[in-house]
Design a protein around this ligand. Structure first.
Ligand SMILES: [Zn+2]
Length: 448
């Protein structure tokens, strides 16, 4: 690969195929990238890796050190970097007069002295690779391409090292490759591992990628890991010309800087095409009373966390819309709603549970479905007549399972808090999780 000795400044732009793609996958990518950055540390805490690297502002050192100590990790400050906003930060030393980021190794105490002793003796990257538990083949590859040959984009070389490929001139096609070592979407912060693999099918990288994704599931990032696996299975085409790289997927394109080449280079990783990707339509969130996909997902998060803590096998959502929330809990979903269209969609979307969704007014419900958990919006009780509310509470008192109440936006604004709203309708609750969108609690007492 012939490289000219100048580079574009760093930039990164993303364009989406359409609004729905951006609404749904833009949000999912945010969640995936947050999960991945948490997994960087969690993988050290859980012993999958010996250490992880971070760049901290001097002002973060104290609070972060305290936070790490909680998890049994200690930060070792190894050097100072000039402040650059880029993931592709190179090993450069800052001078005393410029603002710096502190490069910090987070590790367990048993490795700390060893790392400190070796860090300054050996070359930084090799020590980094060893203690970040990156595969040796990948560390050597990185040292060669990035550090010695000074390329800033390893994609072409990674593709060249891939076993199962077809190369025609400056185009490499990879018909089949595992998702666990696919780092072609790293510019969108989507990646299964934290290093640059030596190839798209590096076996050690695959092992590591599998472990990290498994850890993600264990730590409760179920949706994020499902989405990550999905997006990594898409077709990707990377192309580079004159210092600009384009990374095309069926739903979005990223344009970013790369090494400046006089000729065009292409890497195509085959995978799911546009027609294989199921994109939801607006009704998915509109049926459930939300104006955006993000709003619906964020509003459901506290509830999903609460439900996870309750040992239950089945759940009934009173006012279930199209059943998406009940289904997302992973329990056997039941639901009823006055919106017939939404109920019909639930029956269609979750066809294996089609007999569990009913078109019905909540106040007519006789509490005769035997589930471990019932979830309802506290505001529903406010909307009922006094008589209906009385009857409802009678049924609630007789119910043997756990009742979870939640409240979203408008109701919360109107009453200030979930407790205040529940107080108004005669429910005592133990408050559980909340975020900017919603608040949840478990009913502990009912005043008839
Ligand atoms: Zn490797």
């Amino acid at each position: 690969m012939e490289k000219l000795d100048f580079q574009m400044y760093e930039f990164n732009r993303m364009a989406w195929r359409n609004d729905i793609a951006e609404e749904v996958w833009g949000y999912r990518i945010k969640r995936i990238s947050n999960a991945i950055s948490q997994l960087e540390r969690l993988s050290v805490i859980e012993g999958i890796r010996k250490g992880c690297l971070d760049y901290l502002k001097p002002s973060q050192l104290k609070t972060m050190s305290e936070e790490f100590a909680e998890y049994g990790l200690i930060p070792i400050a190894v050097n100072a970097h000039p402040v650059i906003n880029s993931y592709s930060i190179r090993e450069t030393e800052a001078n005393d007069n410029e603002p710096v980021l502190i490069r910090v190794f987070m590790t367990k105490p048993e490795y700390a002295i060893e790392i400190l002793k070796n860090y300054f003796k050996e070359k930084g990257n090799l020590v980094n690779g060893k203690y970040l538990s990156y595969p040796e083949c990948c560390t050597l590859f990185f040292e060669d391409i990035w550090q010695q040959k000074r390329y800033c984009d390893t994609t072409w070389f990674m593709a060249q090292n891939t076993k199962n490929k077809e190369k025609k001139g400056n185009c490499i096609e990879i018909k089949e490759s595992p998702i666990w070592s696919n780092t072609l979407l790293r510019w969108a912060s989507v990646r299964p591992v934290f290093h640059m693999p030596c190839s798209l099918d590096c076996e050690e990288t695959q092992e590591l990628g599998k472990k990290i994704i498994q850890l993600g599931y264990e730590k409760g990032f179920n949706e994020e890991m499902d989405w990550l696996k999905e997006i990594l299975s898409w077709r990707v085409k990377w192309s580079a010309l004159h210092g600009i790289a384009m990374i095309e997927t069926p739903l979005f394109i990223t344009v970013t800087m790369t090494d400046t080449t006089p000729d065009k280079y292409e890497v195509i990783r085959h995978g799911k095409e546009l027609e294989d990707i199921k994109l939801p339509e607006e009704w998915l969130w509109k049926d459930n009373g939300f104006s955006s996909y993000e709003g619906m997902c964020e509003s459901h998060l506290p509830l999903l966390k609460t439900i996870k803590e309750i040992k239950g096998k089945s759940i009934l959502d009173l006012g279930c819309g199209n059943g998406y929330l009940a289904y997302s809990t992973g329990l056997i979903p039941y639901g009823l709603d006055l919106n017939e269209k939404a109920i019909n969609r639930a029956k269609k979307m979750f066809s294996e549970y089609k007999d569990n969704f009913f078109h019905m007014n909540i106040s007519d419900y006789k509490w005769n479905i035997d589930t471990d958990i019932v979830v309802m919006s506290a505001g529903r009780l406010m909307e009922m007549s006094m008589e209906q509310r009385k009857q409802m509470k009678k049924n609630m008192i007789n119910y043997k399972g756990t009742i979870v109440v939640e409240s979203y936006g408008d109701w919360l604004y109107a009453y200030g808090s979930l407790e205040a709203l529940c107080d108004k309708v005669g429910l005592k609750i133990e408050k559980k999780y909340e975020n900017d969108y919603a608040s949840t609690g478990i009913v502990t007492g009912i005043i008839p």
